[in-house]
Design a protein around this ligand. Structure first.
Ligand code: PEP
Ligand code: MN
Length: 359
């Protein structure tokens, strides 16, 4: 073969590649249109009957030199890419995504605008144990100009023999103390049936990591008029987490605070592994405020200051921590709650990094 002939053939290959490229993208545009029609009909993107028809047609029409199996394999790749294209288009459509709303969502709680660019603290005991214990913590929050108090009344514990929380009694204590000190209250609700009851006592409904995919609870919280603080699941991907938030949002409640709280990995030096990069990913992918619970992420009080600083450095809208008058006798999470001395140091170090308080 002469040099000239090779060049001519290569030129024809280039032309064919150009045509293939054009045809493949023309096909992709049709696939997108079909995806829209299917979505309008509520149909799933993948249709195995249709895929079989396409593969059979290749067998009927193939005149070689490629073997039918080879062509079917190539077409399966095209079909797979087409399906991904339809799924991408659906993902982009999430109501919680930046594609749907480019501006940051802000949530009004107790005169504070969560998500407005200022970085805030939510602090309080792991569990409400008594009026006195809760009051002592509230006093510390007031002293530091922190407006939102956390405290568990319904505690989802790994063992059924561990302290399960004071239930409604705990919610009543939280409300009483919060009103005395001018604070807002965040507390976890574990059952859809308790959402209505919770509205009487709490300002923000927390949905815990273990319940991130309790879809009935998410839907019930979505029908509530109270903002929701949604924790990331113990082993949830960011995609699963965003879809959990979508359950709340699509049920009508647009006031959602996301909260990264560590994920389960092979690492045992900390209770969980703080996925710090989840913060900028969630800030980019969604328009919702993002908090970081450093207490449950690390399970170690000696790591609370550095990890909270890291959360602020990567752009979290706030940090959540646990504080207790006497952590060594706390009824839950005693290894990770701060005492008041450490809490003073924690707040002062974070203020040095830009933490917003009202004093
Ligand atoms: C909590 O915040 O009280 C709690 C139990 O956290 P998580 O759901 O993140 O484990
Ligand atoms: Mn705890």
């Amino acid at each position: 073969m002469s040099r000239n002939e090779l060049d001519v053939l290569r030129k024809r290959i280039d032309e064919l590649n150009d045509r293939l490229l054009e045809i493949i993208n023309e096909r992709a545009a049709l696939v997108q249109r079909i995806g829209e029609l299917k979505k309008a009909q509520g149909a799933q993107p993948y249709d195995p009957v249709r895929e079989r028809e396409i593969l059979n047609r290749i067998k009927e029409k193939n005149n070689g030199p490629f073997k039918t199996e080879t062509l079917q394999h190539l077409f399966k790749e095209i079909l797979k890419a087409s399906l991904e294209l339809q799924e991408d288009d659906r993902r982009e459509a999430l109501l919680v995504s930046r594609e749907r709303k480019s501006s940051d969502t802000t949530i009004e709680i107790n005169g504070e605008k969560i998500g407005d660019g200022k970085q805030r603290l939510i602090a309080g005991p792991c569990a409400v144990e008594s009026y006195e214990q809760t009051r002592q913590v509230a006093e510390q929050l007031k002293k530091h100009g922190i407006k939102i108090m956390r405290g568990g009344a319904f505690k989802p514990r790994t063992s059924p023999y561990d302290f399960q929380g004071l239930g409604v009694e705990g919610l009543k204590i939280l409300r009483r103390v919060a009103d005395e000190f001018g604070l807002a209250v965040v507390s976890e609700i574990v059952s859809p049936a308790d959402i209505e009851l919770a509205e009487e006592y709490v300002d923000v409904i927390q949905i815990g990591a273990r319940n991130m995919q309790n879809f009935e609870l998410l839907k019930a919280a979505g029908r509530s008029s109270k903002p929701v603080l949604l924790k990331r699941g113990l082993a949830a991907t960011i995609d699963e987490y965003m879809k959990a938030a979508e359950y709340v949002f699509s049920a009508g409640n647009e006031n959602i605070i996301l909260c990264e709280r560590g994920i389960r990995t092979f690492e045992r030096a900390t209770r969980n592994t703080l996925d710090i990069s989840a913060v900028p990913v969630l800030k980019q992918e969604t328009h919702l405020p993002v908090f970081v619970d450093v207490t449950h992420a690390t399970g170690r009080r000696d790591l609370l200051i550095p990890t909270a600083k890291a959360a602020m450095a990567v752009g979290a809208d706030g940090v959540m921590v646990e504080v207790h008058p006497d952590p060594s006798v706390a009824l839950s999470d005693s290894a990770q709650q701060m005492d008041f001395d450490l809490f003073d140091r924690f707040v002062s170090e974070l203020k040095g990094c830009g933490l917003h308080t009202t004093v």
